[in-house]
Structures are given as structure tokens and as C-alpha cells.
Design a protein around this ligand. Structure first.
Ligand code: ADP
Length: 239
């Protein structure tokens, strides 16, 4: 009996997933199609309007590229088709390089990005995946934090675990949404998603990568106060 319910749950999840993907792809396509039609049917449209329409088409195209990239990443991780290239990761170098990748965009956004000296410990893991993991967390933190806010990346080594936290002083997440944010395509609200342009896959990817490394991921948030995502990963001893 239990197997049947498990099977049904899986099938339902798959149906939801296909419906979600179709919807996520159809929305930008429909909008692009209508803008292209207007441009074709009214060749005399003034320069300014044409530019505006083209920029909508460009934005939608970029959104679809991001979405398909995220989908491919997530499915590659879930089906284990993405190879796990294990290597020795120098935590201090890994994290400080990741923070550096965001220095410029944080500055342009008027957000203070705070780093610190990171523990001199090592992990066994796939560097590309681990980069994607912290990039997803830092880019979310920056995306949902307004000018003059602070994003802080900290790390601590405790016995055989590394705890990495990405903390922001941003808009936060309502308590009722918090248990769902790691689900595929879960977005807090439509208005937010339109404004910030997410795909709802970033945290699902972050969780997959963490779990593939034998770690755990958790989120704490207070609406209008900020959000902290903490990842714990097993460390290795290097001699
Ligand atoms: P997205 O790509 O849409 O940001 P994610 O899977 O990364 O999707 O996040 C899921 C939802 O959680 C988002 O809709 C966003 O509203 C919320 N969220 C994630 N990180 C943060 C954060 N640091 N601050 C506020 N909200 C966040």
C-alpha cells in the first residue's frame, strides 16, 4: 500500500513539474510572439517604441535562456547525469574567490558585501558545483536586498563540518512560504518574481548540490528584516 502512494506522489510531482515548465516557457514565448507581430505588422512604428519592444523581446529571451540553463542543471544533478568531478577544495580560496566575483555588482547596487578571513580547512567536492551553490546564494541575497543593505558571507569550521552562511538585510520571506522555498519553481509571490526575474530553481539547485556533497542546507528569514541561508558540508583532513 505504501509503495502505491509513493508512486502516486511521484507521478503527481512529475505532472506538476511538466505543467510548471510548460507554463514558464509559454509565458515569455507568448509575450515575445505578440511584440514581434506588432513590429512586423506596423513597420512605421516610431523608433522609440521599436526600441522598447525589442528590449522586451531581449529580456524575455534572456529569461528563457536562464530558465533552460537552470532546468538543465537541475535535471543533470537529479538524474546524476552531471558527472561529479571530485577534487580537494581549499575553503578559504573557494569562498574569497566567490565573494570577489560579486564585488562589482554589489558596489553598483549600493549594497555592502562583507567577507572575512575564512577557515583554512579543506573539502572534497566538485568545484564547479560548489561555485554554483555559493553563486546562487549570494546572487539571491543581492537580488532581494535594497540599496544600503548588507550581505555578509561567513564561515566557521566545527569538528568535521564547515558552516557557510550567506546573510542579508533584505526583504525577507513570509513564514508561510519559508518551508517551500527549496521546492522546484516555488516563488514567494508573482509580483516579486516579475520584479526580480527569478525562475524559482536557484534554491532547488543549491539543495541538490549540497546534498550531493553529503551536506545540509537551511534557511532562516524574517519579513522586512533579512534572510540567512546556512550550508553545512563535511570537511576532510589534509596531511
Ligand atoms: P529565484 O530564482 O526565483 O530567486 P529561488 O529558488 O532562488 O528562486 O528562491 C525561491 C524563492 O525564495 C524566491 O521566489 C524568492 O522570493 C525567495 N528568496 C530566495 N532567497 C531569498 C533572499 N535572500 N531574500 C528574500 N527572498 C528570497
Amino acid at each position: 500500500v505504501r509503495d502505491v502512494t509513493e508512486q502516486e506522489k511521484l507521478q503527481a510531482a512529475r505532472r506538476d513539474f511538466v505543467a510548471n515548465v510548460s507554463h514558464e516557457l509559454k509565458t515569455p514565448l507568448t509575450s515575445m510572439k505578440s511584440y514581434i507581430e506588432v513590429l512586423q505588422e506596423y513597420p512605421d512604428t516610431d523608433e522609440e517604441t521599436r526600441k522598447r519592444f525589442l528590449s522586451v523581446i531581449q529580456n524575455e529571451t534572456e529569461r528563457m535562456v536562464r530558465l533552460t540553463q537552470d532546468l538543465l542543471q537541475l535535471s543533470g544533478l537529479e538524474t546524476r547525469q552531471e558527472p561529479f568531478r571530485a577534487g580537494l577544495i581549499n575553503v578559504s580560496e573557494w569562498l574569497s574567490t566567490a565573494v570577489n566575483r560579486f564585488n562589482l555588482s554589489a558596489k553598483q547596487q549600493g549594497v555592502t558585501l562583507v567577507s572575512e578571513p575564512y577557515p583554512t580547512v579543506s573539502l572534497r567536492g566538485d568545484r564547479d558545483m560548489l561555485d554554483r551553490l555559493v553563486d546562487n546564494l549570494i546572487s539571491n541575497a543581492l537580488k532581494y536586498t535594497a540599496r544600503e543593505g548588507v550581505v555578509r558571507i561567513t564561515a566557521a569550521a566545527e569538528s568535521d563540518q564547515l558552516l557557510v552562511s550567506v546573510q542579508d538585510s533584505g526583504i525577507g520571506i513570509p513564514a508561510e512560504d519559508l518551508p517551500h522555498v527549496f521546492e522546484r519553481f516555488y516563488t514567494v509571490d508573482k509580483a516579486r518574481t516579475r520584479k526580480f526575474g527569478g525562475t524559482g530553481l536557484g534554491l532547488a539547485i543549491a539543495r541538490e548540490i549540497t546534498e550531493r556533497h553529503g551536506g545540509r542546507i537551511a534557511i532562516l528569514s524574517e519579513l522586512n528584516e533579512g534572510t540567512t541561508v546556512t550550508v553545512s558540508l563535511p570537511t576532510v583532513e589534509v596531511r
